[in-house]
Design a protein around this ligand. Sequence first.
Ligand SMILES: Nc1nc2c(ncn2[C@@H]2O[C@H](COP(=O)(O)OP(=O)(O)OP(=O)(O)O)[C@@H](O)[C@H]2O)c(=O)[nH]1
Ligand SMILES: [Mg+2]
Length: 459
Amino acid sequence: MGNLNDTIAAISTAIGEAGIAIVRMSGEDSINIIDKIFVSVSGKNMADAENRKFLYGHICDGDKKIDEVLVVKMKGPHSYTAEDIVEIHCHGGVVSVKRILNLILSNGARLAEKGEFTKRGFLNGRIDLTQAEAVIDMIKAKTDISFDLGLNQLSGALSEVLNKLRDELISMQALIVANIDFPDEDIEDAAYHDLMDRSEKILNKMDNLLENSKNSRLLRDGINTVILGKPNVGKSSLLNGLLKYERAIVTDIAGTTRDVIEDYINLDGVLLKISDTAGIRETDDEVEKIGVNIAREKLKDADLVIAIFDISREFDQNDKEILKLIENKKHIIILNKDDLEQKISDEEIEKYFKDDYLRLSVMKNESIKKVEKLILDLFFDGELQISSDTVLSNIRHINALREARKELLDVKESLNKKVFLDLIEVDLENVIAHISEITGTITTEDILDRVFSDFCIGK
Ligand SMILES: Nc1nc2c(ncn2[C@@H]2O[C@H](COP(=O)(O)OP(=O)(O)OP(=O)(O)O)[C@@H](O)[C@H]2O)c(=O)[nH]1
Ligand SMILES: [Mg+2]
């Protein structure tokens, strides 16, 4: 990604018809560039304009007026990127923004890459990496809860928790350094004891964070739900019922759904990312076969599987196969088509499903409500509070903290065995590195690329 000395520009609002749109620039040349292309009605230029106050006028290419605009500057370091920023508020729609952007680019700015404005905020030390990630989380949030998680993270709440952990680890390290090669064995013994105590306390904190992260990850990213069943059991009917509109085609022909159909459902504030799949059965039809394989693939990442069985048909090999597929997955079993004559015997129901099922007809509104309630109960015990200290929700953070925890367990083990302190110090350094990776105190181009490639251009 480009250096920090050049000036970047991008359209920051969504492209399309709208009341207004915003084009912005960041970098040391921003104000020079705007003064070449902006003519204010008051005659003032942007260099002399008051900080954070709009000037009204026109963007002009020589004598030609490009658009009527409002322009504001935000001098660094008190800006989003911590650099000089200029925003041009112009008419919405595609023509105006493109004309203005092109004019800016031909006057020396470079087109910003994805997330580059936020990345500059990070590289210039205004925010840490978790705060930068919070920005994209908020933009992509589909529920109030996931938005609030982002807002909380943006405030630096997570950074504070992690920095504290890091400080505690660093003070352990200081203690080690002070005691390496200490001739007095009693003092050395006390040091091992003290270090053991401290690592236990830190491990507890890590465990709490990881435990809380289970729900918050689901709240942030949504519960990945896959509907599974042999053909014609009512999978697409359930999807439509949950979505409250006819998203998928429903027919009485087995094998209607062939591709995976995905959509989002906001369940009382909880996001459900739901996939309706092709009915699973042995088939010679090549297209259907691909669909069946994709359905099996989908299962791997599922947080929840809703398996549907049709009680108006015989219980067969395909059904057994589906039961096997969901064995080790968090699941809900639906015995569907309760309004029709039952063909599965009571004995079979008892044998294969015990009492782990909902018996209903997905065509009925009240059934859909039952399914919704069961999903929420399964994940949140009916309680949908995110506790105020639940702040770890990003899978990158969770993985790094897991690594840190693993290394700290090794440290504890070594302390127990009274391994030489200088060796323990090396392991401790790794724990600290994993924590620093989360906030971005230590980072690599690779991590940054991954984080910012998720952004849109202009943010
Ligand atoms: N009587 C009755 N019919 C149902 C019920 N649920 C679904 N159906 C019907 O069963 C047929 C199949 O429904 P779909 O929702 O398309 O089933 P599917 O599992 O998605 O089928 P494939 O996509 O072919 O795998 C349709 O004719 C539905 O109207 C139910 O509870 N009762
Ligand atoms: Mg279907």
